[in-house]
Design a binder for this molecule. Structure first.
Ligand code: FMN
Length: 200
């Protein structure tokens, strides 16, 4: 039995391909680990604020010196970090927007990347503190980025792998539904991505 955190970052609700792909991954995980707890979190519903002065001030103030306003400013960050740390497996839905991730997912990353909480600098360089967990990316894009001329335009998968790795999550498997805006590919893209799910 595992705790699975499924993060959604598409505004398209039932039409979203990254949500469908993410749910297909979660379903397979539930078959593999019967009785698992699934926590599906739609980041668009969280209304995550851009990092502002109150967040930054609180992030860099020692815990014992935080006043009630500071604590309020970092309440979302604290909750998101504990949700993440409590998960054994993370399924991260990532629609491509303008060659990168949707701003709701970037906002979430800005709130969970915290010095002393999820990473720290040591004499040997940065160290991730999130702890070992398996991460699956469910990526949806209109074009094709796994190869071909647009591969260098993909700032979704390289970015997510790097930031997750920086925070200690290095075991990342990528599933892509791609070519969703390309007539000859779009009808099969999701089915092919789901058929490729192999959790072994
Ligand atoms: C505002 C916007 C920007 C997009 N930018 C890109 C892009 O840069 N490259 C691409 O391949 N697809 C792009 N798309 C297409 C989406 O990646 C595609 O519709 C995908 O299915 C979105 O994921 P979702 O179905 O989970 O919402 C864009 C779509 C929208 C609405």
């Amino acid at each position: 039995m595992k705790t699975i955190l499924h993060l959604i970052s598409s505004p398209r609700q039932e039409a979203s391909v990254s949500i469908k792909l993410g749910r297909a991954i979660v379903e397979r995980l539930q078959q593999q680990f019967p009785g698992s707890r699934v926590n599906e979190v739609n980041l668009l519903d969280e209304n995550i604020p851009h990092l502002g002065a109150p967040h930054l001030q609180s992030f860099f103030t020692p815990e014992t010196e935080l006043n009630s306003q500071d604590r309020e400013a970092i309440a979302y960050s604290d909750r998101a970090i504990s949700q993440l740390k409590n998960a054994d497996i993370v399924v991260l839905g990532a629609p491509m927007y303008n060659f990168t991730i949707h701003s709701s997912l970037k906002a979430w990353i800005d709130h969970i990347a915290r010095a002393g909480k999820t990473f720290r600098y040591t004499d040997h360089g940065p160290e991730g503190l999130v702890g070992d967990k398996k991460v699956y990316l469910a990526v949806a894009s209109g074009g094709v980025y796994s190869g071909g001329p647009y591969e260098p335009y993909d700032f979704v998968v390289p970015y997510l792998k790097n930031i997750l790795g920086f925070l200690g999550m290095t075991d990342v498997t990528v599933y892509r539904a791609e070519g969703l805006n390309i007539p000859v590919l779009q009808d099969h893209a999701l089915d092919e991505a789901i058929a490729n799910i192999n959790l072994e």
